[in-house]
Design a protein around this ligand. Structure first.
Ligand code: CP
Ligand code: NVA
Length: 305
């Protein structure tokens, strides 16, 4: 595998399937020594519950060690450069798992050091979330190829990674977003390239009803990502009520449809209570799998197999 995981462009289709297979084994046998002797820095510029704790817990279950660094309490908050920070950190740890505002910060980190940099969410992508979601989908449907995922709402970091992940493994993806909140154009083009290999489809529309037609999975995320808070009012106007996932929209999908959300959710905004708390929702199983898949990823990248 490549040194870093900054986006799902950094992991080959065959490597994704290897991580998913390894995860299945690790989920059955969660305690081991695969990361013995490795120290990971978990670096956060912004809030996290799942990513922070699932990485920390998973690393410790495999006998690795974790140290935390938050921007607010580090010298970065007083003007130290990211380059100096990373050059020092590489003397202390074996890899950095980083959640940042700007994706460029990850690229700078990657260029500055030879130790692996793993993206724990940036403004552009959220690859660990989507690797984990692919595992959840496979667990639920026993296969990936031939399924259709509909993403409704904001064409954000999660949506960008879903485009790359689905198109790599052969899930048809339809994205229904308002025109001014469409996913990243370069990523759409990369995803279309991947569909030529995986023989699947990418559809981009501003019509959520079209997007969810025959979908096996309806997925959405907050309308206001971290860093977008100042646009809250504008976003609510653009997304509500058309892009809210409610029972009416769910009923237009395939009969076996499941509802997924990376969490945290905002009930009454992107999703109604009856959907996220109803029988089609698999969001808590989805969150659990972050733990297992990230263990699979770290073992594949740098552990004892
Ligand atoms: N889904 C996700 O990344 O959650 P956190 O922000 O809690 O880490
Ligand atoms: N799109 C959201 C995902 C949170 C896990 C954000 O970036 O805030």
């Amino acid at each position: 595998m490549k040194k870093d995981l900054l986006t799902l462009e950094d992991i080959k289709r065959s490597e994704i399937f290897k991580v998913l297979d390894l995860t299945e084994k690790l989920k059955k046998k969660p305690i081991g020594n695969q990361l013995h002797g490795k120290v990971f820095c978990l670096f956060f510029e912004k809030a996290s519950t799942r990513t922070r704790i699932s990485f920390a817990s998973g690393i410790q279950q495999l006998n690795g060690k974790v140290v935390f660094l938050d921007k607010k309490t580090s010298q970065l908050s007083r003007g130290e450069t990211i380059e100096d920070t990373v050059k020092v950190l590489e003397r202390y740890v074996d890899a950095i798992i980083a959640r940042v505002f700007s994706h460029e910060t990850l690229e700078t980190m990657s260029k500055t050091t030879d130790i692996p940099i793993i993206n724990a969410l940036s403004d552009l992508t959220h690859p660990c979330q989507i690797l984990s979601d692919l595992f959840t989908i496979k667990e639920r449907f026993n296969e990936l190829k031939g399924l259709k995922l509909a993403y409704v709402g904001d064409g954000n970091n999660v949506c960008n990674s879903l485009l790359l992940g689905c198109s790599k493994v052969g899930i048809d993806i339809s994205v229904g977003c308002p025109k001014e909140f469409q996913p990243n154009t370069d990523i759409i083009h990369r995803a279309i390239d991947y569909t030529k290999i995986s023989k699947s489809d990418v559809e981009i529309t501003d019509d959520p009803i079209k997007a969810v037609k025959d979908a096996n999975i309806i997925y959405n995320d907050t309308f206001v990502s971290m860093g977008d808070e100042e646009e809250k009012e504008k976003r609510m106007k653009a997304f509500l009520p058309k892009y809210q996932v409610n029972r009416k929209l769910l009923n237009l999908a395939a009969p076996d449809v499941v509802y997924m959300h990376c969490l945290p959710a905002h009930r009454g905004e992107e999703v109604t209570y009856d959907v996220i708390d109803g029988p089609k929702s698999i969001v808590i199983d989805q969150a659990e799998n972050r733990l297992h898949v990230q263990k699979g990823l770290l073992v594949k990248m740098m552990g004892k197999k």
